[in-house]
Design a protein around this ligand. Sequence first.
Ligand code: DHB
Length: 313
Amino acid sequence: MIDISTKITGIKLDTCVFNTAGPADVTLEELEVIAKSGSSAITMKSCTLEPRNGNPEPRYADLEYGSINSMGLPNLGYKAYIKFSKILKKKYPKKPIVASISGLTLEDNVVIFKAFNDTPVDIIEFNPGSPNTIGKPIVGYDPQDLDRLLDAVSKVTKKPYGVKLPPYFDLVHYEQIANVIKRYPVKFITCVNSIGNGLVINPYTEKPFIKPKGGLGGIGGKYIKFAALANVKVFSDIFKGKIQVIGVGGIYSGIDAFEFILAGAFAVQIGTAFLQKGPGIFKKVQEELKDFMALKGYKKLSDFRGKLKTLDK
Ligand code: DHB
């Protein structure tokens, strides 16, 4: 038997593959599709204090190797996700529930974190900076701002929580961010959010693919896999398992998942591929991962997790 179970913040996940916050996880109907799928947890859409309609459409486009989006945090407001967590826990008691919090201000985040204390939500993923909230910078690129937010939410939350981070491209930035995160009881980080503010152009119409921000949006899917792998690897080396790393970015196959775990990930999330391939993607990735592990002679994730080899002799 090949075991691909994992633990995140001490919570057991039957497999290490589940949905990322964002795609098709806004309504209860969508969340029930995830609950019934192979996804080993139910991650809900990043929520704000008040419901939001999000940015003008078109705001998402499938691309040859991934996606671009500027959704603008359309969500039903945190109270709806508290209600959903209660319904989902009753109907699907075995599936851990992940709430994603994206309050627009420090005060909003404090209110939302407090409110989730008294809910059946198992894990909280703090998503302090969407690349698509018009007029707001990406928080993960501002260590001081991140520090201020983590300080505030750490004081009020009773749930185990982690942070979803944007991709970093310079080694100095990893150190800066890790030094902030280490100061707080952050149990995991999720690497990576979409690569912010990409631009996809249709050369025939001479227009961008999406409307908000003149066409700028977060890039996901295969385009970002190598950036995501690097972020997982560098942070895993820094945190050495004391803060777990969850990988996300361009996972379509079991071998993609294998690479993320080899780079150090304790679990992987699926975003764009879930939208493009449907809920069957979770079982497909899990089965392919098991097949590839069998081929390699691995029986459990810790047999190879974080054990990327070097080219040195
Ligand atoms: C949205 C996009 C993100 O990448 C994110 O982390 C949160 C929200 C959005 O546009 O809805």
